[in-house]
Design a protein around this ligand. Structure first.
Ligand code: SF4
Length: 293
């Protein structure tokens, strides 16, 4: 198998075989992100991807491969026919396959119809990881996410209606001290409208080689303190009305809040309140970090 550059995958895909279908991210302009800065986006040649699948089938015991992640950022942008060819070949080569996943930002999810997603589901695409980050349009604009509340909802609903599992990521603290309330409330609106299977929390920390990192260094971004982020998270959880699994599976988060909505909502709010009562020194320092990995 051939891999170009650093390969990222969600923590939940830690045990997955990775097949690189695209190189880099087609957007690559989010002001907080440095993941694919060194890569120029392209879709790999279908023949090369299929060759990598054959090689993986020879290298591993094909029956032992249960989960596969299609890297890099946003392979969901690929044409439906290309994705179908890949998914069908994966199933032929790996008969024990249970899960195939990919990243998909909502501006790309909303480009396919529900019928296309249904075809992809039938061919074996089982889960998409969507970096929502926020549902608040002014904040999405500020961080240059390239999408909107409307696209989050349209794209997310189309995927869910097709029976594909959806994991949506919320970036706590991204609104800083000015936008935290609207960030939490509009994100809850999106999450309630889509009702994804998983809501995963990542806490924003500026990185030096990003535009938001530069804003922070120049004093133009007011980073939330840990308790501010926890208050924001409380507001988000309070306003969630869906049925998904809420997970804080990232080392940058200030509290481990997990639970099934709606039944665990009160317990999650209590956990946040306990974390809010902890002394400042119990939390990691805030500021620039080298990498969010
Ligand atoms: S956050 Fe996602 S969509 Fe934005 S630049 Fe990074 S990989 Fe691309």
């Amino acid at each position: 198998m051939r891999y170009e550059g650093i390969i990222y995958r969600p923590p939940s895909e830690g045990g997955s075989l990775i097949i690189q279908a695209t190189v880099g991210c087609p957007h690559n302009r989010c002001r907080f992100c440095n993941m694919y800065k060194e890569k120029r986006f392209r879709i790999r040649k279908l023949g090369d991807i299929l060759e990598d699948i054959e090689e993986a089938g020879r290298y591993y015991d094909p029956r032992s491969v249960r989960t596969i992640f299609l890297a890099d950022g946003n392979s969901a942008i690929m044409r439906t026919e290309q994705l179908l060819r890949i998914l069908r070949r994966l199933r032929e080569v790996f008969p024990g396959l249970e899960r195939v996943t990919s990243y998909g930002a909502s501006q790309y999810l909303s480009l396919k119809t529900r019928e296309e997603w249904e075809e992809l589901r039938a061919a074996g695409l089982t889960r998409l990881h969507c970096g929502m980050e926020s549902g608040h349009d002014p904040l999405l604009l500020r961080v240059n996410k390239g999408t909107s509340m409307r696209k989050h909802i349209e794209g997310g609903r189309a995927v869910r209606a097709a029976g594909i599992e959806l994991s949506m990521y919320y970036m706590a603290g991204l609104g800083g001290r000015e936008m935290w309330e609207a960030h939490a409330l509009d994100s809850a609106r999106v999450l309630n409208a889509v009702d994804p299977d998983f809501i995963r929390v990542r806490t924003f920390s500026p990185m030096p080689d990003t535009e938001l990192g530069e804003d922070f260094l120049a004093g133009n971004f007011s980073l939330q303190e840990p308790r501010g982020v926890l208050r924001e998270l409380r507001l988000l959880v309070e306003n969630l009305e869906g049925n998904g699994l809420f997970l804080s599976d990232h080392w940058l988060n200030f509290a481990d809040i997990h639970g099934r909505l709606p039944q665990d909502k009160e317990a999650m709010l209590l956990s946040i309140d306990r974390a809010l009562a902890a002394p400042r020194e119990d939390f990691r320092p805030v500021g620039l970090i080298a990498s969010s990995l």
